[in-house]
Write a protein that binds this ligand. Structure first.
Ligand SMILES: Cc1cc2nc3c(=O)[nH]c(=O)nc-3n(C[C@H](O)[C@H](O)[C@H](O)COP(=O)(O)OP(=O)(O)OC[C@H]3O[C@@H](n4cnc5c(N)ncnc54)[C@H](O)[C@@H]3O)c2cc1C
Length: 345
């Protein structure tokens, strides 16, 4: 008998597995690679909404624990996954300069927002300067998933297969799936939740995002942000990610020519250097109607749980939401009302 079955191995499933491992609970994972959100994400952590210069919900408060968990992953594999990199927000007007200065004076923002800088950045001009954000950066999520999966495959704890919901049998004290017994099951399928008959009534909307990878000789050691961001590829010198798009209609993982055109148009407004596009990728962010995560227990089955709705901020949210779910299951500690799926009657 396992303690847990986890369905889905994106940043949510990974974060829950990490807590289980820390607490000596055994588990197995099923993943069918139907969703790509974590694998293609920029992996940035940044607690400030860069459009309005306001704090993202709970992000500043949750960042330390998230970074601690990613640090533990580094220690486990003796490998670097966290890359602290400041974000340079291109300011477009005097009004934006003023807004930046006002916002950076607020106590919750002081740890992040720095004074305006007129530093020269190769290929990036800004008449009104840049608002600098510190204590931000990138976590190499896809490498973490690859390294962890390799280890779990070796231990025969990872199944690269589709989870068939109709084969799940639920009993009061345990669940059974194709002859495998476990005390609990946690569904963390990202946008794949739409096919899950236990939770598909939750208002997961899904927002497609696409990114380009470009190659250039320009050396830009920061994440630069205007209408799009340009972020260094932390694994390959001379390569950068340009992103991202937001599409609420198309729910496929296929890259499109429209998105490439859109991103290149915005990139040309930000970056004057020469470049070539070397890759394009797309995924569906598991976004929710009220922009809060979906965490909690099934209303009927006490051993069936969901961990989803990480939206646009999986790097910061997933470790924290995994911890909250763990505490609920093991210690009956109530979830914040804002994240508990009970809020949807
Ligand atoms: C273009 C883009 C850029 C982004 N940039 C950032 C960023 O910079 N910073 C940030 O914090 N967030 C970013 N995000 C958001 C972040 O990627 C998501 O919040 C996060 O990846 C969601 O993780 P998840 O584990 O819930 O879902 P997913 O990563 O989608 O993982 C779900 C997994 O479940 C599997 N699955 C589904 N159904 C089944 C089934 N029936 N059986 C077996 N397996 C199943 C899927 O194949 C998948 O592997 C970005 C997203 C996109 C699309």
């Amino acid at each position: 008998m396992y303690h847990y079955i986890i369905v889905g191995f994106g940043v949510a499933g990974y974060s829950f597995a990490q807590i289980l491992e820390e607490n000596q609970r055994n588990f197995i994972i099923f993943d069918n690679q139907s969703q790509q959100s974590t694998r293609i994400a920029g992996g940035m952590y940044n607690p400030v909404i860069l459009k309005r210069f306001t704090p993202a919900w709970q992000a500043a408060e949750m960042l330390p624990y998230a970074l601690l968990q990613w640090k533990k992953t580094e220690l486990k594999f003796q490998k670097r996954y966290i890359y602290p990199i400041p974000i340079y927000r291109k300011l477009a007007s005097i009004a934006e300069q003023n807004n930046w200065m006002v916002a950076s004076d607020k106590p919750v923002m002081r740890d992040f927002m720095q004074p305006i800088s007129f530093e020269k950045i190769e290929g990036v001009n800004s008449d009104f300067g840049f608002g600098i954000l510190k204590n931000t950066g990138i976590v190499n999520l896809s490498q973490i998933l690859d390294d962890t999966k390799k280890l779990l495959l070796k231990k025969k704890l990872f199944f690269e297969t589709n989870f068939k919901y109709q084969d799940l049998k639920i009993y009061p004290d345990y669940i059974e799936y194709q002859g495998i017994k476990a005390k609990n099951i946690v569904f963390a399928e990202g946008y794949g939740l739409k096919k899950n008959p236990f939770f598909n009534r939750l208002p997961l909307t899904g927002t497609k995002g696409e990114m380009l990878q470009i190659e250039t000789t320009a050396n830009i050691p920061y994440i630069v942000k205007s209408n799009v961001f340009m972020a260094p590829d932390v694994t390959q010198k001379g390569k950068y990610y340009i992103g991202a798009t937001y599409n609420w209609e198309d729910k496929s993982n296929r890259p499109t020519t429209e998105a490439r055109k859109h991103l290149e148009e915005k990139l040309r407004q930000l970056f004057t250097g020469k470049y070539q596009v070397v890759h394009q990728k797309a995924g569906i962010r598991p976004t929710v109607k009220d922009r809060r995560p979906l965490v909690g227990k099934h209303p009927v089955y006490s051993n069936v749980f969901v961990l989803n709705g990480m939206g646009t901020r999986g790097v910061i949210l997933a470790p924290n939401m995994a911890k909250a779910l763990w505490k609920q299951i093991e210690f009956d500690i109530p979830l914040l009302e804002e994240i508990d799926i009970k809020r949807f009657k």
